[in-house]
Design a protein around this ligand. Structure first.
Ligand SMILES: [Zn+2]
Length: 259
């Protein structure tokens, strides 16, 4: 069984966090955590990324088990982690890594600055993604332009919108992701959203759109909160009702990831 009861945090980078965070998340009832690939360091070679994937699969899954958290993995080439050489080595290996049952999605991938190489790498994932869920990054800078270009590429490739989570949405951009038909990621993190912002976004949405909102922490090396999903769930329980906490902090992510 890949899923346990409890909240789901579908966007983290657990390899950048200490064991205390795993434990706190487990205590807070965040039992299911997806740790996504990202730039682990300056990616001067394909080997660095390949080792990063192995670390996620072997080390982070085990650290999760030791601390009462079910760690699932997302694999891909982040737009800020494109190897300087031999990127084809990574793409030759990705299809076999995706067969591992702990890998539940491709991510995090997408565009950061929108330069041509990023587009080529993003499109390369879409060629072998098949029906797998995709977790897409969007940048702070030029968010709208990059978001629109991301959606154009997805449409060109005929990607079904319901297997896409477009992350780091805010009050202004969330409807663009929802109108495309994708899941909209709401990252609760200093400088992005707080639980109150999630409540306000929820109020802007109808019942069908609410089924496409997913809260995450993007827990990593930048200021972030391991309890972001649990705190948001608690806020929603007290302000709008448990039904919405369960949708935004567990059920929508489960449906999207098929876990
Ligand atoms: Zn991230």
């Amino acid at each position: 069984m890949r899923y346990f009861y409890g909240w789901v945090d579908p966007h983290t980078h657990m390899d950048e966090r200490g064991p205390e965070d795993f434990k706190m998340m487990g205590i807070a009832g965040i039992r299911n955590v997806v740790s996504l690939a990202h730039p682990p360091m300056r990616v001067t070679s394909a080997e660095i990324l390949i080792e990063h994937y192995h670390r996620l699969l072997e080390f982070e899954v085990r650290r999760g088990e030791e601390n009462g958290v079910n760690v699932l993995i997302g694999i891909g080439v982040h737009p800020s982690a494109i190897p300087e050489n031999d990127v084809e080595k990574v793409f030759n290996l990705l299809p076999s890594i995706l067969e591992d049952e702990r890998v539940v999605c491709i991510g995090e991938i997408g565009l950061q600055t929108g330069m041509k190489l990023e587009e080529v790498i993003f499109q390369s994932h879409l060629e072998f993604a098949d029906k797998r869920p995709l977790i897409l990054h969007t940048p702070r800078k030029d968010k709208y332009e990059i978001l629109r270009r991301t959606i154009e590429i997805l449409e060109d490739f005929g990607v079904e919108a319901e297997r896409v989570l477009i992350d780091h949405m805010n009050k202004e951009s969330v409807k663009i992701a929802l109108e495309f038909g994708a899941y909209a990621g709401l990252t609760v993190q200093p400088g992005k959203l707080g639980p109150k912002d999630v409540e306000e976004i929820l109020q802007l949405c109808d019942e069908e759109e609410i089924k496409k909102l997913i809260v995450d922490s993007d827990l990593g090396s930048y200021p972030s909160d391991p309890l972001a999903v649990a705190k948001t769930a608690h806020h929603l329980i007290t302000k709008v009702g448990e039904k919405y906490a369960i949708l935004l902090c567990a059920e929508n992510a489960r449906r999207f990831l098929e876990i």
